[in-house]
Design a protein around this ligand. Structure first.
Ligand SMILES: O=C(O)/C=C/C(=O)CC(=O)CC(=O)O
Ligand SMILES: [Ca+2]
Ligand SMILES: [Mg+2]
Length: 382
C-alpha cells in the first residue's frame, strides 16, 4: 500500500521496537513519525500531533490542519530529514465520539426497500427530502484488521419460527466515513458552507450488518443489534484538502430542497471516489461514490439542523455506496449467489472469509489519492 505526496493521510501507529501508539503520516510505504518531529514544528502544530491519537489534531481546527499539511508537504518535497518507520502496526486513529450512519445511495435504498419491504414503494416518501440516518454505536467502531466475531441474535424464519443463534445472513456495507474535527455549539446548526470548518477528513467504513437480526428487529425504531456488534474503519484519515480534484456535482435533484439542504449555489461536495470490494482476494464489486444522492456537506447540515452539537471525533458514514455497482452482498447475491474463483458460492459471509475494501480518487496532475483499506475477517461465534 503506497501513498503519494498528494494524499498524506493521518493515522496512529506503533512498531515492534517502540510499542507507544503515536501519530503519523503515511508516505510511500512508510510512516512519518510525527512526535519525533515536534522539535521542528511551531508550538500549535507540535501540540496537535504530540499525543497518542489524532484527537488534538482534529480539535485544532482548519488553520492548523492547513499549516501542518503545508509544512509536511514542504519537508517531503525538499527531502528534509524526517523520522520514517517501517511495518507500522495501526491503531484506532481517534476517539470516536458519536457514530451516525446515513442512507445516501438511491440505488442502495431502492434495492433494500424492494427486499425488506416488498409490495411497497421502495423509496420512502421522505427519502429525496432529507438524508435519512440513524445513530449507531460509537463504542464498537474498530480499526481495520480487527477480527469480526459472528454476532448472535433473534431472527424469524420464513415459517414464522423465532429463534436465537449465530447470524446466518452476515453482510458488509462499503461506505465513506466523515470525521468531525471542530465542535459546534449546542443550539446552533452548521450550514452547508461550513462543512470544511468542521470536517477534518474521510476514512473507509465497513458497516457489518446481520440481515436476519436486522429484518426482525428494525420495525419501528430502526437498526439496532443487527449493526452494533462491529463497524470497521480504515486506519488512515485522508484530509478533505486532498480531494480538491475529486469534487464533482452530485446527481440532479428531482425534488426541491429546503434551503438548509439546497446546494445549487454552493461549490459541490460530490466526490469521485472509486471503491473496490474484495472477498477472499477476489474483486466482487466496484461501486463509485460520485453517484451518491446526498453529499457529506448535506449530511452534516441535516445532522445539526435541529441544533444538535458536534463533538470532536464524531463519525458519520455515508451509507452503503451502491452506485455503479452494489456495496453489499445482499444486493450482489440478490438474483443468484456470487461465484468465487475457488469454485464456492456466497450469498452471505462464512467464517474465515476476509473482506477488503479499498478506494482511490483523482488527485492533481494525473496523480491518485489513496484512501488505503479497511479489512476484516469473520471468526466463529464464541
Ligand atoms: O432499508 C432498510 O431497511 C435498511 C437499510 C440498511 O441496512 C442500510 C443502512 O444501514 C444504511 C446504509 O448503509 O445505507
Ligand atoms: Ca450502513
Ligand atoms: Mg455497524
Amino acid at each position: 500500500m503506497s501513498f503519494g505526496l498528494e494524499t498524506l493521510p493521518y493515522g496512529v501507529f506503533s512498531t515492534t521496537d517502540d510499542p507507544r501508539p503515536r501519530t503519523g503520516v503515511a508516505y510511500g510505504a512508510q510512516v512519518v513519525d510525527l512526535p519525533a518531529t515536534v522539535a521542528r514544528l511551531d508550538s500549535s502544530l507540535a501540540g496537535a500531533v504530540a499525543g497518542p491519537s489524532l484527537d488534538a489534531l482534529l480539535a485544532a481546527g482548519p488553520a492548523v490542519w492547513a499549516s501542518l499539511r503545508a509544512t509536511l508537504t514542504g519537508w517531503l518535497t525538499s527531502g528534509a530529514p524526517v523520522v520514517l518507520a517501517d511495518d507500522p502496526i495501526m491503531h484506532l486513529p481517534f476517539t470516536v465520539a458519536d457514530y451516525v450512519d446515513f442512507y445516501a445511495s438511491e440505488q442502495h435504498a431502492t434495492n433494500l426497500g424492494r427486499m425488506f419491504r416488498p409490495g411497497q414503494e421502495p423509496l420512502t416518501p421522505n427519502w429525496k427530502h432529507l438524508p435519512i440516518g440513524y445513530h449507531g454505536r460509537a463504542g464498537t467502531v474498530v480499526v481495520s484488521g480487527t477480527e469480526v466475531v459472528r454476532p448472535s441474535g433473534q431472527r424469524r424464519a420464513p415459517s414464522g419460527e423465532i429463534s436465537f443463534g449465530p447470524s446466518q445472513r452476515l453482510d458488509i456495507e462499503a461506505e465513506l466515513g466523515f470525521v468531525v474535527g471542530t465542535p459546534s455549539r449546542l443550539g446552533q446548526p452548521v450550514p452547508l458552507e461550513d462543512f470544511e470548518e468542521h470536517v477534518f477528513g474521510v476514512c473507509l467504513v465497513n458497516d457489518w450488518s446481520a440481515r436476519d437480526i436486522q429484518a426482525w428487529e428494525y420495525v419501528p425504531l430502526g437498526p439496532f443489534l443487527g449493526k452494533s456488534f462491529a463497524t470497521s474503519i480504515s486506519p488512515w484519515v485522508v484530509p478533505l484538502a486532498a480531494f480538491d480534484h475529486a469534487r464533482v456535482s452530485p446527481p440532479p435533484r428531482t425534488e426541491p430542497l429546503q434551503p438548509y439542504l439546497d446546494d445549487e449555489k454552493t461549490p459541490p461536495w460530490g466526490l469521485d471516489i472509486r471503491f473496490e470490494i474484495r472477498l477472499n482476494g477476489q474483486v466482487v464489486s466496484r461501486p463509485s461514490f460520485d453517484g451518491m444522492y446526498w453529499t457529506g456537506a448535506q449530511m452534516l447540515a441535516h445532522l445539526t439542523a435541529n441544533g444538535a452539537s458536534l463533538r470532536t471525533g464524531d463519525l458519520y458514514a455515508s451509507g452503503t455506496v451502491s452506485s455503479g455497482s452494489p456495496g453489499s452482498l445482499i444486493e450482489l447475491s440478490w438474483k443468484s449467489p456470487l461465484e468465487l474463483s475457488d469454485g464456492t458460492t456466497r450469498t452471505f459471509l462464512e467464517d474465515g472469509d476476509e473482506v477488503v475494501i479499498t478506494a482511490t480518487a483523482p488527485g492533481p496532475a494525473g496523480t491518485t489519492i489513496n484512501l488505503g483499506a479497511v479489512t476484516g475477517r469473520i471468526t466463529a461465534t464464541r
